[in-house]
Design a protein around this ligand. Structure first.
Ligand SMILES: CC(C)(COP(=O)(O)OP(=O)(O)OC[C@H]1O[C@@H](n2cnc3c(N)ncnc32)[C@H](O)[C@@H]1OP(=O)(O)O)[C@@H](O)C(=O)NCCC(=O)NCCS
Length: 149
């Protein structure tokens, strides 16, 4: 893939602000795709976690990773920051896609609830392919949602 364009520096929603930390282009596994890695901050500048936006359409994206991935530092959880970060990144995702995949483990209630708050459409829960690294680490299923951005 050609270089990804630089991300805007004004992505924000409610209590969160996104700062693009890096664009990762070169990945050892060919099923992995380039991605933007953003730090999530609050409006005072404290770091809350991160959100990744993966640009590509491989089986790994569709069945395992999804286009969007996030994590909030444990001490900052419980404030809905992950959903806010998704809303903040939404205009940049729209720059590339009309609709994206978001996935989560069935037992990850906080992530499921985050995804459902985004007004996504639940598609299915699938068995992940055995060749996937996550399978080898013990993950067996993913809930898959489509998010019209
Ligand atoms: C998933 C994650 C990013 C969510 O962080 P967050 O934005 O702080 O999410 P919150 O704790 O505010 O929870 C989001 C929603 O889930 C609900 N929730 C969280 N844990 C819950 C539980 N055990 N049972 C029921 N609901 C729960 C919250 O009530 C909230 O819903 P509400 O806004 O309707 O009240 C965070 O838990 C995390 O970093 N986990 C580890 C990394 C990870 O799993 N990433 C996702 C990979 S798909």
């Amino acid at each position: 893939m050609a270089q990804l364009p630089p991300a805007p520096d004004d992505l924000a929603f409610a209590s969160v602000v996104l700062r693009c930390d890096r664009i990762v282009m070169a990945l050892a596994d060919p099923s992995y795709v380039p991605y933007y890695h953003f730090h999530i901050h609050n409006t005072q500048g404290a770091e809350l976690g991160h959100i990744n936006f993966r640009v590509g359409d491989t089986e790994h994206i569709r069945k395992v990773a999804g286009h969007i991935g996030y994590a909030i530092h444990s001490e900052q959880r419980g404030n809905g920051y992950a959903a806010q970060a998704c809303e903040a990144i939404r205009p940049w995702v729209r720059h590339f896609y009309d609709e994206v995949w978001i996935t989560c483990d069935p037992q990850n209630i906080a992530s499921r609830r985050t995804i459902e708050k985004l007004d996504t459409r639940y598609v299915d829960t699938i068995d992940i392919p055995e060749h996937e690294k996550q399978y080898q680490l013990g993950t067996r299923q993913k809930c898959r949602y489509r998010w019209r951005v």
